[in-house]
Design a protein around this ligand. Structure first.
Ligand code: ATP
Ligand code: LTN
Length: 341
């Protein structure tokens, strides 16, 4: 290397998923597949956001198990722990520390406008906690701690990314440049996979109707059956029109992504065919897409000592970066440190 050239800092990525259940097709298509291909060119931090998961009530033993399930799924999908840092959010206490500070810079009205808060408080009307309200601030802390440039997420997280950017800008202007202002990375196609049973709602891993969601642990037969029973619209031809025909359009989008075919070519391929033939093809294609992930998941999940080692090393590495940001922030807000004297 030329002595004059400084080694270039790779841009940073951070993203995470909640261990509220095993992951599903929407998580894979909306976010995880992008993590895998971006990891070569970015310095990546991928966390299992267990602290976010307790914003709605969890069964402790299940949460423990799901945390390992989600970490194993990241690896099964192709996240390489030798390249990317994979860790559990609660293992790095700086997430809670920065979240507290950012809470003190977030307007009450600003947090109240978050649509995910409104949706989730309707779903969990018997237990609307302050934690659920302040969920996006913890997410902002996750991102800003690592000075992330890019955050690969599904469409539903766009508003949370806007809040994160606002908080970063606010803090930088109040004090001095402290945080990188991150950009969302939302796929053009597949950023919002819809529920198989209610195609106007997004597919979600905590949907109460199991038939709405294709889990990455579903067997080939279960996948084919769920697709066969998917709600479609009155109509007979295979034509993309997400506004008027959300059911069939969702299946077209899924098929297009998992087979790498354009939507126009999918329409051409199924011209003159009915919903029955099309659903059978979608079921097969999705099963083919998920099968290798499921097989690798079973192997990785069975080896808990290796998984533990990866997560422990990941947390140490993540903490190293996170601590630096918290130290900077504490100094700027005026927390006295012994070395200040
Ligand atoms: P929950 O149902 O527990 O609220 P979720 O299924 O929405 O969770 P998260 O853990 O909140 O999943 O999200 C993980 C990632 O998957 C995020 O980047 C999110 O934007 C993305 N994602 C979630 N649902 C979909 C979907 N239906 N289509 C595309 N991307 C999605
Ligand atoms: N809120 C996100 C999960 C999440 C996240 C993050 C995503 C928590 N912290 C940081 C990207 C970056 C969701 O998908 N519901």
């Amino acid at each position: 290397m030329n002595e004059q050239t400084q080694p270039q800092r790779k841009p940073v990525i951070l993203s995470g998923m909640q261990p509220t259940s095993v992951l599903m097709l929407g998580n894979m298509i909306g976010a995880l597949r992008n993590w895998v291909y971006l990891q070569e060119n970015y310095e990546c931090f991928f966390c299992v956001v267990d602290m976010h998961a307790i914003t709605v009530r969890q069964v402790p033993a299940e949460l423990r198990k799901r945390t390992l399930d989600v970490a194993a799924t990241y690896l099964a999908a192709g996240v390489d722990p030798n390249v990317s840092t994979v860790f559990v959010q609660s293992h790095v206490p700086e997430h809670a520390e920065l979240a507290w500070v950012l809470n003190c810079y977030t307007g009450f009205g600003e947090a109240g406008r978050m649509t995910q808060f409104k949706d989730k408080s309707e779903q969990h009307s018997d237990n609307i906690t302050v934690g659920l309200f302040t969920y996006p601030v913890l997410m902002a802390a996750d991102i800003l701690l690592y000075q992330a440039d890019l955050v690969p997420v599904g469409e539903d997280q766009k508003q949370h990314l806007e809040l994160t950017r606002d908080l970063a800008n606010r803090f930088n202007h109040l004090y001095s440049p402290t945080f990188t202002v991150p950009e969302p990375y939302i796929p053009q196609s597949g950023g919002r996979i819809m529920s198989l049973q209610e195609p106007t709602k997004k597919m979600s891993k905590s949907d109460s109707n199991q038939n709405s969601t294709i889990f990455l642990t579903d067997t080939d037969d279960v996948i084919r059956n769920k697709v066969k029973r998917a709600v479609t619209d009155s109509g007979t031809d295979i034509r993309y029109d997400s506004e008027n025909r959300p059911g069939v359009s969702n299946l077209i989008e899924m098929y297009s992504i998992v087979t790498g075919t354009s939507v126009a070519d999918v329409e051409k391929q199924f011209e003159g065919k009915g919903y029955g033939d099309f659903k059978a093809a979608v079921g097969d294609a999705v099963a083919d897409y998920i099968r290798p992930v499921r097989t690798r998941f079973d192997e990785i999940r069975a080896d808990v000592p290796t998984l533990t080692k990866i997560l422990k090393e990941g947390a140490e590495k993540a903490q190293h970066t996170a601590r630096r940001t918290v130290r900077k922030v504490y100094k700027k807000v005026g927390f006295w440190q012994p070395e200040d004297k």
